[in-house]
Design a binder for this molecule. Structure first.
Ligand code: SF4
Length: 351
């Protein structure tokens, strides 16, 4: 049930990028400034060959900068150095991340020749207003065009999106997400905005010009995106910036939590369990959740739910927050057990 895919992540910090997006401080995100060269790539891949058993589900991933915008000689050096580690009994291919406006048919042909299998685009938003306000330097149409080209050439397509950028409204977020679903990438990374020092967003935030959505609303929104993407069979490979001492040290505000994804998945389970009880007791949920479900005798009963065994802690909530929530909202105790026949996010009300 769980995705076994993994990456050997090699970071290429800010290499060759002529832009300065309002949110970006690549040195902080990757935690390094040195560019890796062939020797380091070979050392990393050799060590991974020994350490990783499941190599056919593993890609060598060049992340962090705009891979197809770096000087061609450096790009070829990186690609070339990884070749001997790809193939039978070795890793499955190469994964790269880049900007939507740095994709052309010529580049895709070159990447194919070097066993690149997956391309992730830093889309961030599919609203031109939001892209422009955050100095991205490309349009939503660039994302749509590059995505179509990547699919046409047979690569796996990943899109990275950010939630809560400067000047984005909830309406922009919803429209942007609908467009992302229409593109139907294979994978998505959801990054709620984290405001880092020495960025344009930091200036805008500190001057009061940029105001953030409430954290809890962002968690709810990301949870609903995760649920819909799961239903659309699009894999969410990341939700929330990865926990790192660099980010924690250099952020000044934003939607950061070391277990952000777990918060979202807890929210999905909370909603699913609440809905299951409401359906069982024949009540209609208040769609906006402004009020709790009208309480009837049925609601005073404690409940037992089954979820997939690997999801018991998600269903219980971050630090058991869902169990506390049901106790506070409805005065009932929830018990959760495992059932391996259930899918991710599926809940079964046992009694
Ligand atoms: S294009 Fe990427 S690397 Fe360049 S400034 Fe923007 S986010 Fe940073």
């Amino acid at each position: 049930m769980m995705n076994k895919h993994q990456n050997i992540a090699i970071f290429i910090p800010h290499a060759g990028c002529p832009y300065q997006c309002a949110f970006c401080n690549q040195r902080i995100i990757t935690g390094q400034e040195q560019l890796p060269h062939a020797k380091e790539i070979k050392t990393i891949c050799s060590q991974a060959m020994t350490a990783i058993k499941n190599r056919s589900d593993t890609e060598i991933a060049f992340f962090g900068g705009s891979f197809t915008a770096i000087p061609e000689s450096y790009m070829l050096e990186l690609l070339q150095s990884a070749q001997e580690f790809i193939g039978k009994n070795r890793f499955s291919g190469i994964r790269i991340s880049t900007r939507p406006d740095c994709i052309t048919p010529q580049i895709l042909k070159l990447l194919k020749n070097y066993h690149v299998t997956s391309i992730e685009l830093g889309a961030q938003s599919l609203s031109d207003k939001v892209l422009n306000a955050n100095q991205r330097g490309h349009t939503a149409q660039d994302i749509i065009y590059a995505s179509a080209l990547i699919k046409e050439y047979g690569f796996s397509l990943g899109l990275q999106i950010m939630i809560g950028l400067y000047q984005s409204t909830w309406d922009d977020e919803m429209k942007s997400f609908n467009k992302l679903c229409e593109i139907h990438p294979d994978t998505v990374r959801i990054y709620p905005v984290v405001i880092l020092k020495n960025t344009r967003l930091a200036e805008l935030y500190q001057s009061g010009e940029y105001q953030l959505f409430p954290f809890s609303e962002v968690v709810k929104f990301c949870a609903s995106e995760m649920r819909i993407l799961h239903e659309e069979n699009i894999s969410v490979i990341k939700c929330g910036l990865h926990a790192s001492e660099f980010v924690e040290h250099d952020m000044i505000a934003g939607y950061y939590h070391p277990a952000f994804r777990e918060l979202c998945e807890s929210e999905i389970y909370q909603l699913r369990m609440e809905t299951a009880i409401a359906v069982q007791s024949g009540q209609i949920r208040n769609r906006m959740r402004k009020n709790k479900i009208q309480q009837a005798d049925e609601w005073t009963k404690d409940r037992i739910f089954a979820v997939h065994p690997s999801c018991i802690s998600k269903a219980a909530g971050h630090k058991k927050s869902n169990l506390r929530w049901f106790a506070e909202q409805y005065g009932i105790k929830i018990k959760i057990t495992g059932d391996a026949s259930l899918a991710l996010y599926q809940v079964k009300l046992l009694e």
